[in-house]
Design a protein around this ligand. Structure first.
Ligand SMILES: [Ca+2]
Ligand SMILES: [Ca+2]
Ligand SMILES: [Ca+2]
Length: 262
């Protein structure tokens, strides 16, 4: 209804009732079809028209953001791919079916044929990122990384059940004595993995590999060792010490001892 017509009605009402104030003031406003906010409505046609390589509507912010375009403007299937915008983003129908959601592909591109970003393939097996994080692919075709406190191997976050600080590279996660870099020697096997590889180098290294061969060195003697055979890790054998006596080094039967390893 035009302003002139409304004014005429108001004048007529005022003349008949003698009371101008009785006419609702708001009915005199004629907005000419412009919305209150002044923001142009986004229609589904307009949104799709912008998908032909044109910039997104100015009121669609960058990033993965839901934009409510008004209940009467858009009707789409929730989750539906609506098209690429700007080469590295795309629009999806929001869960309400009444709005669009913009997904930014970041450094990746939007693939119209795949109907998503082209950074990765949704459903692909998890992998490990360069920083030891677990990496999966979202339905939008974008990587998502989950930090792993103890590293990542074959797409799985490693655990550190024995709290020795060694995760993926722990050769026995049930024995805190066993871990890479271990410098100590041990004469009982690893708790859960067995064996004596306590420094996780895939080798059971003997602490003492030689039989005795006593010799002078300065004021002392060297050459202590096993009496006859070199025992295996954890095995017990007779050990021979070397003692200085009258200017020479002579073997002396010591205590039986267990071979230690790492
Ligand atoms: Ca561990
Ligand atoms: Ca361990
Ligand atoms: Ca070892």
């Amino acid at each position: 209804m035009g302003r002139a017509l409304l004014a005429a009605i108001a004048v007529a009402l005022a003349a008949s009732s003698g009371c101008w104030a009785d006419f609702p003031e708001n009915l005199l406003h004629d907005d000419g079809g412009v919305t209150e906010s002044g923001t142009p409505d986004i229609t589904i046609d307009g949104a799709l028209g912008d998908l032909d390589g044109q910039p997104p509507p100015p009121d669609l912010p960058a990033g993965d953001t839901t934009v409510d375009s008004g209940p009467s403007d858009i009707s789409c299937t929730p989750g539906e791919f609506l098209g690429c915008v700007s080469g590295n983003a795309f629009l999806r129908c929001a869960s309400s079916g009444k709005a669009t959601r913009r997904i930014d592909c970041g450094s990746a591109s939007c693939s119209a044929s795949a109907r998503r970003c082209d950074q990765c393939t949704p459903g692909a097996p998890p992998t490990c990122g360069a920083g030891g994080e677990r990496r999966t692919c979202t339905p939008d075709g974008l990587f998502v990384d989950m930090p792993c406190a103890s590293g990542c191997a074959a797409g799985v976050c490693c655990k550190d059940d024995d709290n020795d600080g060694a995760g993926c590279n722990d050769c026995d996660d049930g024995d805190p004595r066993a871990k890479p870099g271990q410098m100590g020697w041990f004469d009982t096997p690893r708790n859960t993995a067995g064996g004596f590889d306590f420094n996780c180098d895939n080798n059971d290294e003997l602490e003492i590999k030689n039989t005795y061969n006593c010799q002078k060195q300065g004021a002392g003697c060297i050459g202590a060792g096993w009496a006859a055979i070199v025992p295996a890790c954890g095995d017990t054998a007779q050990f021979i010490d070397c003692n200085r006596a009258g200017g020479v080094c002579v073997p002396a039967v010591g205590q039986p001892r267990r071979q230690r390893c790492r």
